[in-house]
Each structure stands twice: as C-alpha cells, then as structure tokens.
Design a protein around this ligand. Sequence first.
Ligand code: F0G
Length: 427
Amino acid sequence: MKRILKCVKCGREYPVDVPRYRCDCGGLLDVKITKEKKDDFSHLKEVWERRKCSSKPIDQSGVWRFRELVYPFKENEIVTFPEGKTNLYKLPAYLLDVRALYAKHEGENPTGSFKDRGMTIGISFAKKFGYKMVICASTGNTSAALAAYAARAGLKAVVFIPDGKIAFGKLSQALAYGAKTLQIQGDFDDAMKVVQEVAAKHKIYLLNSLNPIRLEGQKTIMIHTLEQLNWNIPDWFVLPGGNLGNTTAFGKALMELKEFGIIDRVPRLAVIQAKNANPFYLAYKNGFKEFKPVKAETVATAIRIGNPVNYEKAKRSILYTKGVVEEVSDREIMIAKSQIDRLGIGCEPASAASLAGAKKLRKKGIIKKEDTVVILLTGHLLKDPGATTDFHLGKMEGIPKSAINMPEKIENDPIKIEDKIKEILQE
Ligand code: F0G
C-alpha cells in the first residue's frame, strides 16, 4: 500500500512521513491510501479476527489490530495502552422504535473517550518524527488523551483549554498526567487558532484533528463497530459533531472499506449538533452553499465549538454516505443522557446528543421503523460529574421530575432508616 498526504482542495501531494497539517494553498490534507498490486485484502477480516487471540499489545489494541488501514508501524514504534477495546451494546427497544438499536461506547477507552484512538497514532508519529513536545487545543477530552499518551511516551505536553466551561473530569486528567495546562481567555475556537500559530513557529507537534494522521486512528471506531456487527451493515450511524474529526474519519473509513472490497454498502451518517453550537447543521440546511462560524454555547461542553476545522472533509462524508445533520436542544441532550445513564452504561452530555438526535430523526420519519441504528457514545459518564449532579439536584430547567434521582438527607436514627427502607421496598 502507498500512503501520501493529499490536499482535498487543490489535490497537491506531500510525503506522509514529513509533518504537515495543511496544504500550501491552505486546504485540509488527507492520508490517501492506494492499494498496490501485491496487496491482497481478501483475508483481512480473518486476519483482524485472528489477532484477537494474540497477547501482544499491537494485536490487543482495537486500533492497531486493524493496522493495514491505520499505519504500518512496527511493534516497537507504537505508543499504546492498548486502547480501542470498547463494547457495542444492544439497547432496549423503548428508547427508539426501530428494528435494532446499538451503542458503541468509546467512553470505555483508557482515558475515557474516543480520543485515545487518534492519540495512539498521533503520539507514535511525534516519536517517529523526533519531536520532544506535543500540543493541542481542547474542550477537554483531547487534552486528557494527549496528556496521558505523552506521559507514556516521555514527551512534554502543552494543552490550551477554554477558561471555564471545561468539565472537571477532563481538567483533572490533564493536570494529573502532567500536561502544562494553559487556560486561555476565550473559547475552543480561539484556542484552536493559537495552537496552529504556535506549532507553525516552534518544533512542537500539533495533535488536533486538523492533523490528518490522528484521524487514521479514529477510522477504527467505524471498522471495529462493523466487525462487532459481523459485517452486517447498519442503516444509520449516529454521532455527535463538534470539530467534525469523527465525521471526517468515518466517511473516509467507509470509502476505503468499500474501495478495498471489505464491505459492499455503507451506512448513512447522521451528525448531531447542539442547537447553539450548530454551524455544520446550518450549512447542511442551506445545501452546503455557505458556511458561517457561530458563537457556540451548550451544556455539552465537549462540542461547544463554533468554527470546526474539518468542515470541508466532514461535508464530503455527509455527501458520500447520503447522510444528514440534525440539531438538538440542551434539554433533549440531558434527557437522553439520563436514559443512557439509567441503563448502567452512562455517558457524558455530548455523547447523548447522538441518542437525542436519533429520536428526533425517527420522529421526523427520516430514520425508519425497519432500520438498524448505531449511536456513538464518545465519552465516559465521569468526564462531567458537574452536569450529571446538576441534573439530579434539579438545577436544570424543563427536566421532568421522573428523570431526576435526587439524593435525600436522612438522620442517623434506626427507626427513621427502617421506615425509609420499607418505603423504598414498596415503591
Ligand atoms: N464527543 C466528545 C465527548 C468530544 O470530546 C468531542 C470532541 C466530540 C464529541 C466531537 O467530536 O470533534 O470529532 O466532531 N472533543 C474535542 C476535544 C474537540 O477537544 O476534546 P468531533
């Protein structure tokens, strides 16, 4: 197989093993994989399956097990925990009136989000290129993953996060794993601008999803899910959209799987944005004629992004898969989250946008009763304990009482405790 970096705007090509984030024309870059005559992909599914029985980290990783479509690193070149061994759950029918509903839980990765799948390849590249320092802008999860993988590789890490509006679980991870954490006055979009300037000036490797290498790892979310479904292709794959890295990666994964004869049809992507952080939705609504950044605000701080860097590539994914883009309110997100939480599965607010969006699309008849649907859960429940406790303490507006599980104070008095237990038993 041959790999080159290719500009999605002007088509110019660059070597893949020289660090680069954008084309000289300013366009986004893709890792273009070309199949060569000697490549035989007819047994790839079996090869991937067989590796599950190996105890080597490179085979145990849910990213590197699919290395033919990620990057041909040698075992000693990769930085892995290993990541990507995440579950696909069948969800109960009452959540959505469809043939079958599944949740792919990327919150089960080592640092609690899907970002680990991009960071294992990103940090392996940083090492390969001889970088001593890595950097990112983040709404929280990228910074947590970057900090952890940099620590594992012995690299210095700097993360730029928005001042305030970052969930506590994520902030605590960046600090604990030892990243230099810079809280910039401004939001994620401001931080994103700053890190691109810093990385252009210094020898520091930039690991946002603007970096096309990172997305090669994130493609494995799609590949792994299809494998877990025994390669029975679902009708829909529903995911939250922020900086649109996953949207880009999933479209690219599907194009490659189809081109290389591993699948013969593709699911439709449904990208869900929060109502006040919805530039991709607005562009979709006008037929992608125009893209305008917005000032983002939402309880789902992970996707509080108004100017997604991957817009052009994400648009391509929607067009390729005949996908759709939907928006949901913070209230819809939090109610959907409480339903996922109640199953004992749990997720952070941004993840629940996918269930909230699937419900909305089902109501509109876009997702049909006979469809099989996979929703992506991007982050672990403990990432944002503040949002969950605010919800259950009744601090959020418009939430039905039945969804709230308020803690009760009780005196340390045996009679009162006995009465309470009897009351709970009868509920
Ligand atoms: N869900 C979670 C939990 C996220 O952390 C993110 C992005 C998304 C969804 C959106 O994914 O950017 O691929 O569209 N978080 C980034 C960060 C921006 O900095 O952690 P996307």
